[in-house]
Design a binder for this molecule. Structure first.
Ligand code: PEP
Length: 254
C-alpha cells in the first residue's frame, strides 16, 4: 500500500519569512493528527529557515531546487549540503518551470537527482508533456524519453526512494486539470515503464503524484484513482485552508 504524499510548491511566493510563518502557523494545528499522508511544504529558499517551525511536526520541509555540487564558484546556486544543514528532507527537481524558463535539461536534472539521493534528500521529480505534444498523440513518447533520461543510471533502491510528479505542463497554473482518467492513464504507463526497467515491486511501490491545478473541489476524484498517490500543489498550497482541504481529500481517498 503506497502512502499518499501531498506537496505544496510555493514557487516564488511567500518568500518573506514572516509571511511563510503566518501560513505555517495556521497549517500546523489543522493537520497535526494526520499520520497516513506525507505532507511536504516547499517554500522559496528565503523562507526555509522560517519553515524551521515545522521541525518536530508531521510536515516535512522541501526545497524547490538545488545544484549537484557541494560548494564552489556557482553564483546563485544552492548546495544539497546547505539544505541538509537546515534539516530539509525533500527537494523538487525538474519542475516544468525550471525546464522551460531556465532551460534545465534531462541530463542536468539527472545529475541533480543522483546527488540528492547520495546526500539523503528525498527527491520529487517532475515530468510531463506540453499541450501540443498531447494533441499530437505524443504524450507517452515524451514521458518515456523523460523517464529514460531523467532517471538514467538509478539503481532499484534509488528509484524506490524517488517520488515522481506527473505534471502535464498545460495543466500547471492554468486552471485546466487533467481529468482523473487522463492522469491515471499516464500514471499507469509510468508504472509499466518502471516494471520494464526494474520489476513489479518497483512499479507498484514508487509513489506518483499528479500535479496541475489541483483544487479542493477536484482533489478527491483524482486521488481516488488507483495509480495516483497524492499531488504536487502550486496555487492552492499558498493558503492553509485550501491546502488542508486537499490533504483531507488525500486522507479520505484511502
Ligand atoms: C506546480 O507548481 O507544480 C503546480 C502543479 O501548480 P498549480 O497547482 O498552481 O497548477
Amino acid at each position: 500500500m503506497r502512502k499518499k504524499i501531498i506537496g505544496g510548491n510555493w514557487k516564488m511566493n511567500r518568500g518573506a519569512p514572516q509571511d511563510a510563518k503566518d501560513m505555517l502557523e495556521k497549517l500546523i494545528p489543522l493537520v497535526k493528527d494526520i499520520d497516513n499522508v506525507d505532507i511536504v511544504i516547499a517554500p522559496p529558499f528565503t523562507s526555509l529557515t522560517a519553515a524551521n517551525i515545522l521541525l518536530n511536526t508531521n510536515i516535512k520541509i522541501g526545497a524547490q531546487n538545488m545544484y549537484f555540487e557541494d560548494k564552489g564558484a556557482f553564483t546563485g546556486e544552492i548546495s544539497p549540503k546547505f539544505l541538509k544543514a537546515l534539516n530539509i528532507e525533500y527537494v523538487i527537481l525538474g519542475h516544468s518551470e525550471r525546464r522551460n524558463i531556465f532551460n534545465e535539461t534531462d541530463d542536468l536534472i539527472n545529475k541533480k537527482l543522483k546527488k540528492a539521493l547520495q546526500e539523503g534528500l528525498n527527491p520529487i521529480v517532475c515530468i510531463g508533456e506540453h499541450l501540443e505534444e498531447r494533441e499530437a498523440g505524443k504524450t507517452k513518447d515524451i514521458i518515456k524519453t523523460q523517464m529514460d533520461k531523467t532517471f538514467f543510471g538509478l539503481n532499484k533502491k534509488q528509484m524506490l526512494d524517488t517520488v515522481i510528479a506527473y505534471e502535464p505542463i498545460w495543466a500547471i497554473g492554468t486552471g485546466k486539470t487533467a481529468t482523473p482518467e487522463q492522469a491515471d492513464e499516464v500514471h499507469e504507463y509510468i508504472r509499466k515503464l518502471l516494471n520494464g526497467k526494474y520489476d513489479a515491486e518497483t512499479a507498484n511501490s514508487v509513489r506518483i503524484q499528479y500535479g496541475g491545478s489541483i483544487k479542493p473541489d477536484n482533489a478527491l476524484e483524482l486521488f481516488q484513482k488507483e495509480n495516483i498517490d497524492g499531488g504536487l500543489v502550486g496555487g492552492a498550497s499558498l493558503e492553509a485552508e485550501s491546502l488542508y482541504a486537499i490533504i483531507k481529500a488525500a486522507v479520505k481517498s484511502k
